[in-house]
Design a protein around this ligand. Structure first.
Ligand code: NAP
Length: 297
């Protein structure tokens, strides 16, 4: 029999892929729609603190992905507040709603990010590694702490520390494609900074694996086993698209264009590894970036 899964942020890059894959596998998927009216349940409006799950019945798992985009727009004070509040308030609200259900779900998989670790240069980072510094680390720390009510209610909570999801249809890779296709793609800053990445089909596989593995809880790195330096990513993407990649984008230009965001998104180095998933026996579909990019175009 299929599972019953509630997903917030279901219309995003990850959510859309999850809904399609779970439905294809015979699961019943309920999207927690954002709405300001009393439309069909379940719906919520996290910015107004409203949520209505309705007569939702027993759920096997809740996957909580919702949050204001981190990489869109400049990090003004107001934008940073939206990034933090949409995650912290939304997570607390959702936890309050699911813990109040007559039959609370067994599992909550709540999104977080490898940004938790901050800029750590060449250090290898597993789930035991400490919290980093910077805005993203602060966001992730608050985001993870916001599930406390679910943990106190004995729901198994997984903090999925997601790496950069690479898929030509959306997110970071889609944004990179235009300059690279024009032949003006190049390494960012020094190019030695590590990026912890994973494919869209691996994040789907990992979420599926996490639902069915009750031994996994707390922080889990959702990344491929082989993080890459930016210069390697640049070279592999140029090769996959048959385009030159001679033009580096200097760090000072990135800082001028993107402000603080440049430091934390483009220039920070995060070399995270999926220790818990490897130990638990998850089988990666796309462990190597060269193979993965080679099949995408
Ligand atoms: N993609 C990545 O590379 C990556 C890496 C690390 C972490 N993550 C995290 O994983 C989660 C899912 O990623 P994604 O790439 O699928 O994100 P996404 O495409 O930006 O989708 C996020 C979804 O959250 C909802 N949302 C947007 N603004 C919101 C707001 N102000 N308040 C509440 N909900 C809002 C929307 O769904 P509805 O309209 O359906 O409500 C949106 O489709 C995000 O929280 C993201 O930060 C992603």
């Amino acid at each position: 029999m299929g599972r019953r899964i509630l997903i917030s942020g279901a219309s995003g890059l990850v959510g859309t892929a999850l809904v399609a894959a779970f439905q294809h596998a015979g699961d019943e998927v309920l999207a927690l729609q954002r709405s300001s009216s009393q439309a069909q349940t379940p719906w919520w409006n996290p910015s107004e603190g409203k949520v209505e799950l309705g007569p939702i019945g027993a759920l096997d798992a809740v996957i909580h992905l919702a949050g204001n985009s981190i990489a869109e727009g400049r990090w003004t004070k107001a934008q940073k507040e939206r990034i933090v509040n949409s995650r912290v308030d939304g997570t607390e609200l959702l936890c309050k709603a699911i813990t109040s259900l007559p039959t609370p779900p067994k599992t909550l998989i709540s999104a977080s990010a490898v940004g938790f670790y901050g800029n750590r240069h060449q250090e290898t980072l597993d789930e035991q590694s400490s919290l980093g510094t910077g805005f993203l680390a602060e966001v992730c720390s608050k985001w993870e702490s916001a599930t406390a009510l679910a943990e106190d209610s004995n729901i198994r909570v997984v903090h999925s520390r997601i790496g950069v999801v690479l898929d030509p249809k959306g997110g970071a890779l889609k944004k990179m494609l235009t300059p690279f296709r024009l032949g003006i793609g190049g390494r960012l800053g020094p190019g030695t900074q590590y990026m912890s990445w994973l494919s869209l089909r691996d994040i789907v596989g990992m979420m599926d694996f996490l639902i069915d593995n009750p031994a996994l809880s707390g922080p889990v790195n959702l990344v491929s086993p082989h993080p890459v330096q930016n210069r390697e990513l640049t070279q592999l993407l140029g090769k996959a698209l048959h385009r030159p990649t001679f033009l580096p984008l200097p760090a000072m230009v990135l800082r001028a264009l993107f402000g603080e965001m440049a430091e934390e998104i483009f220039l920070a180095s995060t070399r995270a590894v999926p220790s818990k998933l490897l130990q638990a026996g998850y089988e990666f579909q796309d462990p190597e970036l060269s193979d993965y990019l080679g099949t995408q175009f």
